[in-house]
Ligand binder design. Structure first.
Ligand code: GLU
Length: 186
């Protein structure tokens, strides 16, 4: 269980998120990633340090006023670029980072496989995201309602941040048994 940093506001989000991830490095981690929205969604993930991610991103697109970042300590799936967070939903509409463990991910995954969902990573976190997407798309729910319903089925611990690429004015967060701090600048 490692760290998450997310930002929405009037400043460029990427440098704030990277700075936040660096402050969380002391907790230890094996891989890292960021998602930035600015008309389109850019997702960058890398095994290794935050500085390796910065080098990898280089001059690639990272402007935008909404972003999330993650440092991962692998619990489900080896430490590699694919298993690093953020993860994307089936149609790449939702993007999510998660810290913690989804204990019943196998059960949720079996149901999703029967519903034609596929998985890019080996993580329990991607299962959680696709489970939320299943609620959203099957019942035409708002993101917040889909998150609420999805988490209602979960056993485990989590701090998570999720964004909807079709609603880039909002970040949805949730937590259980792990810390989550929300700050507001005026
Ligand atoms: N269980 C998740 C994974 O293995 C999250 C690990 C973490 O908290 O960093 O990807």
């Amino acid at each position: 269980m490692c760290g998450i940093m997310a930002y929405i506001g009037k400043e460029q989000a990427y440098p704030i998120v990277i700075e936040g991830l660096k402050k969380l490095e002391y907790r230890g981690y094996d891989s890292t990633g960021v998602a930035v929205m600015n008309g389109s969604l850019s997702v960058y993930k890398k095994k290794g340090k935050v500085s390796d991610l910065e080098t990898f991103i280089g001059i690639q697109k990272k402007n935008g006023y909404i972003a999330m970042g993650h440092t991962r300590w692998a619990t489900h799936g080896v430490a590699n670029d694919v298993n690093a967070h953020p993860h994307l939903s089936k149609d790449h509409r939702l993007v999510m980072v998660h810290n913690g463990i989804i204990e019943n991910y196998n059960e949720l995954k079996s149901h999703l496989l029967s519903q034609d969902f596929t998985f890019e990573s080996d993580t329990d976190s991607e299962v959680l995201l696709q489970h939320i997407e299943w609620y959203r798309s099957s019942f035409s729910l708002s993101l917040i309602e889909a998150v609420r319903r999805g988490l209602g089925d979960v056993r485990g611990s989590y701090a998570m941040v999720i964004m909807d690429t079709l609603d880039p004015e909002k970040i949805v967060v949730a937590k259980k048994d792990t810390p989550l701090a929300i700050g507001m600048c005026t």
